[in-house]
Design a protein around this ligand. Structure first.
Ligand code: KG4
Ligand code: ZN
Length: 346
């Protein structure tokens, strides 16, 4: 079964064709990231306009491996080779979501294909099913991205239960905000990772930052806004003393990465113990973080750790198609709508 998926929840416009939820036929992604660099963050209006420009070329690119000739119309490729259209319905930016949803509905109607609305956050975890690696259930799934830090118990493709999430900022948001505070602009998590890599604190020095929510209460919830504030205070203190040099910045980047990754690993393992799961699935942009991967891998072989290749961690349409294959339910195109605040607490 070939699913054409469209993803446009934030500042990426992506389209992909995936066979049987596991084999990637194509993965096209256009990003308006550079455009937002100018403004110091994502401007929803700009993101939506860029989505509008990118959506058709990206879909055309995703269909190109299936074309019989370079001149074949995309509509003909879809009619012949695509069985269903999947689209991100939410959560996300309303302007961006609308572009993807309305485009998908138009294609589904015109080509007479079923349309499957997809929850972007739940879909992230399906990046782990690409390639057909066997996953044994029950599994604990950590979705950790720019907007979400969520833990789920996955007993089967049909039975998914939300266990906890962030009470304020997401882990990715914490990286993005601290990156700005430390002078890395919009470099976000990758910039923090780069600054922290190879840094070794002098032995015996205590970490400068807290590891939030590791106490007994709120076991499976997260909170990262206090950590960001701690970085802000620490940086201000050093700046006042004229001590915020490159080494101090790298130290803070290292400490924030250590705190975030420690909390994520410990709570995920706690959830696995609570539920007798020996499989852990990581996904979302932050799961690209090398230190996080390293810390999770240190828990093998007690747990089977699944983590997608880096290019499938950040936003794309491959996992949207995979989710649609394993868990999606087709709907009448007339009732499919964009839902910016779609709940992730299933
Ligand atoms: O999943 P994603 O592409 O978009 C959302 O759905 O939010 O995640 C983006 C987030 C950003 O916060 C970005 O800073 C973070 O993922 N990220 C990383 C790394 N690569 C991306 N965080 C830490 N280390 C990385 N290597
Ligand atoms: Zn995402």
């Amino acid at each position: 079964m070939n699913i054409l998926a469209i993803e446009s929840s934030c500042d990426e416009t992506a389209a992909s064709v995936v066979t049987d939820g596991t084999v990637t036929v194509s993965n096209a992604v256009a990003s308006s990231h550079e455009m937002h660099e100018k403004y110091g963050g994502i401007v929803p209006e700009v993101a939506a306009r860029m989505q509008l420009e990118a959506v058709l070329p990206v879909i055309r690119e995703a269909l190109s491996p299936l074309r019989k000739s370079p001149n074949e119309a995309p509509a003909d490729t879809i009619r012949r080779d695509i069985d269903a259209i999947a689209v991100t319905q939410g959560p996300g930016l309303i302007g961006s979501l609308l572009i993807g949803v309305e485009t998908a509905k138009t294609i589904a109607f015109a080509a007479g294909k079923p349309i499957i609305p997809v929850n972007h956050v739940l879909a992230h975890m399906y990046a782990n099913f690409i390639g057909g690696n066997p996953v044994s259930f029950p599994a604990i799934s950590l979705v950790v991205s720019g907007g979400h830090t969520e833990l789920y118990l996955m007993e089967s493709h049909e039975t998914l239960t939300w266990l906890g999430g962030t009470l304020d900022d997401a882990a990715g948001e914490c990286f993005d905000k601290t990156a700005r505070l430390l002078g890395f602009g919009n470099g976000g998590g990758p910039a923090i990772q780069q600054a922290a890599t190879g840094y070794a604190p002098k032995s015996g020095t205590a970490p400068t930052l807290p590891k939030p929510m590791l106490g007994a209460d709120n076991r499976l919830n997260f909170s990262f806004s206090g950590l960001k504030t701690a970085v802000m205070r620490e940086a201000a203190k050093l700046r006042d003393r004229d001590m915020l040099d490159d080494a101090a910045i790298r130290r803070l980047a290292y400490d924030v990465q250590e705190s975030v990754t420690d909390v994520l690993v410990r709570k995920t393992v706690m959830a696995a113990r609570d539920h007798g799961a020996t499989t852990i699935l990581l996904s979302g942009g932050v799961s690209a973080n090398l230190r996080l991967r390293e810390k999770f891998k240190a828990n093998e072989p007690e747990y089977a750790i699944h983590v997608p290749p880096v290019n499938l961690c950040t936003d794309n349409a491959v996992y949207i198609a995979a989710y649609a294959f394993f868990r999606g339910k087709p709907e009448d195109w007339k009732t499919v709508t964009a839902v910016p605040d779609l709940s992730v607490e299933v």
